[in-house]
Design a protein around this ligand. Structure first.
Ligand code: GDD
Ligand code: MN
Length: 370
């Protein structure tokens, strides 16, 4: 027989907190949640992407005393959206909330958000842009302008009016998350937007105002790459996900690589008077290296290679691209020799083949995303 006294009451609300380098914010946040959620059976799941500052240890220390607190430590992965999804899918509470772990979101509105969903809304959003809300304190001027432009763009795509679709602070029924999870892109920062764009039409959205607080400890992780990721998410949703985002990024990096190649070639031949075939080899090496670095930072940032794996990956990438280039030349030559197509088309076909090949092998062997 199960000893019933050993079982604590199951949580009604699970608060998912994606964290990266937030060590000093963990304890204050737990204290704030405890105060704000008095009278509600709650739990919190911190999802930490193996932060180097000891964020996981800070959570575990509290969890050792408080069974409402849990930690998911993800190794070799990065991303606010995917961390949030994994956290939401790890719980069994009927209601789940996602909130930042840096104290910028106001936890005192969580009970009002819960009430809104209990009373029939599908999603409650902590909103900076409805009467009573404010965004001023939390963002730099540049970030604020970027956020506004993104908000307007997102509002054009959304089937329902939402004042703050860029919010990272929301609460919904777990059932809804489970239903949409397989179709979420899981990329970037805009997890709420991803959910709103993926969910069936006619969602009922309630917005609860709050003022975005200024950060005290640590720093924001989304200054530089926000735009790229955001553009990618919208593109993915606008095209119905036919072309994988990663492929678009890979192809864009490839295009930059062509520029790098031409620049290096011009420099070596034009300025340094190097022999053309030698310069061509050198420029190829430079371009491949640049592509590798960019892909590691952008295309495969969630599977970023470091240390010895970085060097192993670079060598493998050279081999992969080398084979890709050989296939490119081979295919184009065959097509032209057999008079199948003119050289322009043959060249394009060869290049396309190379990009697809490089992408497929990079995704499976070099960065192992599958
Ligand atoms: N697990 C994990 N992995 N967590 C991450 C990662 C990551 O790669 N990157 C950031 N986080 C965590 C941070 O530690 C923080 O708890 C939260 O996600 C938000 O990151 P910030 O870097 O503080 O973002 P912000 O303040 O600039 O913007 C946030 O708030 C806005 C307003 O709601 C984001 O949530 C935006 O999406 C949102 O618009
Ligand atoms: Mn923040």
């Amino acid at each position: 027989m199960t000893d019933r006294s050993a079982i604590r009451a199951p949580a009604r609300l699970a608060v998912i907190v994606p964290v990266f380098r937030e060590r000093d914010n963990v304890a204050p946040l737990v204290a704030k949640l405890d105060a704000a959620l008095a009278g509600i059976a709650w739990e919190a799941v911190f999802v930490d992407d193996d932060s180097p500052d000891g964020t996981t240890a800070a959570v575990r220390e509290i969890a050792a005393r408080d069974p409402r607190i849990r930690c998911i430590r993800r190794v070799g992965r990065r991303g606010l959206a995917s961390a949030s999804i994994e956290g939401m899918l790890s719980v069994s509470a009927p209601y789940v909330a996602v909130m930042d772990g840096d104290l910028q979101h106001d936890e005192t509105i969580l009970p009002a958000m819960l009430r809104a969903v209990e009373e029939g809304a599908d999603v409650a959003i902590g909103s900076r842009h409805v009467e009573g809300g404010a965004a001023a304190g939390g963002f730099s001027a540049a970030r604020g302008a970027l956020s506004d432009a993104g908000t307007r763009l997102a509002q054009k795509l959304l089937p329902v009016p939402v004042a703050d679709p860029m919010s990272g602070f929301f609460l919904l029924k777990r059932d809804l998350v489970e239903a949409v999870a397989p179709r979420l892109t899981g990329r970037g920062f805009k997890i709420l937007l991803d959910i709103l764009l993926t969910a069936p039409r006619g969602l009922k959205v309630a917005e609860v105002p709050y003022s975005f607080r200024a950060r005290e400890h640590g720093d924001s992780k989304l200054d530089t790459k926000v735009l790229l990721e955001f553009g990618g998410l919208l593109l993915d949703k606008a095209t119905g996900g036919i072309v994988p985002l990663r492929f678009v990024a890979f192809a864009a990096v490839g295009a930059i690589g062509v520029l790098v190649h031409m620049l290096a070639l011009a420099l070596l031949v034009g300025l340094l008077d190097m022999r053309f075939d030698l310069a061509q080899w050198a420029a190829t090496l430079v371009a491949m290296t640049a592509n590798f670095v960019l892909n590691n930072r952008i295309t495969y940032r969630d599977a970023k290679l470091r240390g010895p794996a970085l060097w192993r990956g670079l060598l493998l990438f050279y081999v992969v691209c080398g084979l890709g280039a050989a296939a490119n030349v081979g295919v184009a030559a065959l097509l032209v020799r057999d008079g199948i197509v003119a050289w322009g088309l043959a060249g394009a076909a060869g290049a396309l083949l190379t990009v697809v090949w490089n992408y497929a092998v990079s995704s499976t062997l070099v960065w192992r995303t599958r």
